[in-house]
Write a protein that binds this ligand. Structure first.
Ligand SMILES: [Zn+2]
Length: 375
């Protein structure tokens, strides 16, 4: 995700903030300073409300972070690596490298977040009581009380049983245990997610037409977001299922057209790019793979100079990012392709080139399987 900036690293997990979070942060500060605190603590100057709102928003941010870390630490404890945490809109996402292996692990991971929020909520409840008993200033009591309310609200909202919210993950883990099938469990749980999204959006539209504009927008927005995530998560599970066990050698194309490194660039263009149906050619010399010649790199050279340059000068030299073993899983190929700019990999067996794998080869399989499988 590019629209995020990294803010800190905790327990070896990098934490990023999505830019949408700054909008929410501003909105929360504004709502608290202009609407909430003037009601709980009337008669204070606006600058004090603004300060209270700012402190509250920072503590809310820390609370959401604690919620995400609860998920992540349980995941790591169960040998599920976490890439990082991104905070955005109303919460965050812990980036899992793979799905949990068992329903029980998923269940523990999913409930950890809301448990943390309830724990924080209760802690702020007791802090509020202690502040009251000690005769602390009103603004301190109000901030603490707000965090009590908001943490309980975060815990409750996340328990709504619509996948991929935490409650939906709990539901999925139970269905997974009952049905013994992760894909069907995900299908049902994301169906719940879509249903809840529909209810939220309808309620939002109802509010909009009743003149409650801001609240209406919020509900439509949250509903839309939930709907999108429910579908994306289901697609992801399907894709993983379709690709599991498929290897590079099963999908690669074996009819290779290779070029020599001493070939002049004008001949590369005229005899290969213009005559063959490929846009990149492996470069081979004495049975050794040297690199790949692609059409992008030729654009950098003036057309008149083509005869004076050879393939060797314009090819991308072979590197780890460009090659993959024929036994590698397709999921691994996909993540490798995402990191090289060609959208293809040279498949090797014991260092010798045996085929080329392109994103299109993988998409063709996905397309085919999604047509023949009933799901
Ligand atoms: Zn959560």
């Amino acid at each position: 995700m590019k629209r995020s900036i990294k803010v800190l690293t905790l327990f070896n997990i990098p934490v990023e903030i999505n830019f949408s979070w700054f909008i929410i942060f501003g909105l929360v500060v504004f709502t608290l300073a202009s609407g909430y605190y003037p009601l709980t603590d009337p008669g204070l100057p606006y600058s004090i409300y603004l300060l209270m709102a700012f402190v509250s928003s920072l503590l809310l941010f820390a609370s959401l972070l604690a919620h995400e870390f609860a998920h992540s630490l349980v995941a790591m404890h169960n040998d599920l690596p976490i890439h990082g945490i991104t905070l955005f809109i109303f919460g965050g996402i812990a980036h899992l490298e793979k799905e949990p292996d068992t329903p029980w692990v998923e269940f523990k991971m999913a409930v950890a977040g809301p448990i943390m929020s309830f724990f924080l909520g209760l802690s702020f409840f007791f802090i509020t009581q202690a502040l009251l008993a000690a005769g602390a200033p009103g603004y301190a009591v109000s901030i603490s009380n707000y965090l009590f309310i908001v943490n309980i609200a975060v815990g409750l909202f996340n328990l709504v049983p619509g996948f991929p919210l935490d409650g939906g993950r709990v539901l999925r883990s139970i269905l997974w245990k009952l049905l013994g099938n992760l894909r069907r469990a995900t299908k049902v749980a994301s169906g719940f997610g879509r249903a809840i999204a529909f209810i939220l959006m309808s309620y939002g539209l109802f509010l909009l037409f009743s003149g409650m504009f801001i609240n209406g927008i919020w509900f439509v927005f949250i509903g839309y977001f939930l709907q999108e995530s429910a579908e994306a998560s289901y697609r992801q599970v399907l894709m993983r299922r379709f690709l599991t066990g498929v290897k590079a050698k099963n999908l690669m194309s074996r009819d290779l057209v290779t070029v020599s490194p001493d070939l002049p660039v004008d001949r590369l263009v005229n005899d290969y790019f213009l005559k063959q149906r490929y846009i990149s050619f492996p470069v081979i010399e004495d049975d050794n793979l040297l690199g790949i010649a692609t059409v992008h790199l030729i654009k950098e050279i003036d057309q008149d100079d083509w005869p004076r340059h050879t393939v060797r000068e314009v090819m991308v030299p072979v590197s780890d990012a460009l090659i993959i073993d024929e036994e590698a899983e397709i999921t691994e190929c996909l993540s490798k392709m995402a990191n090289n700019e060609f959208g293809r990999l040279l498949v090797v067996e014991k260092g010798k080139l045996v085929g080329i794998l392109s994103q299109r080869d993988i998409m063709r399989l996905l397309d085919f399987r999604s047509k023949i499988e009933r799901y």
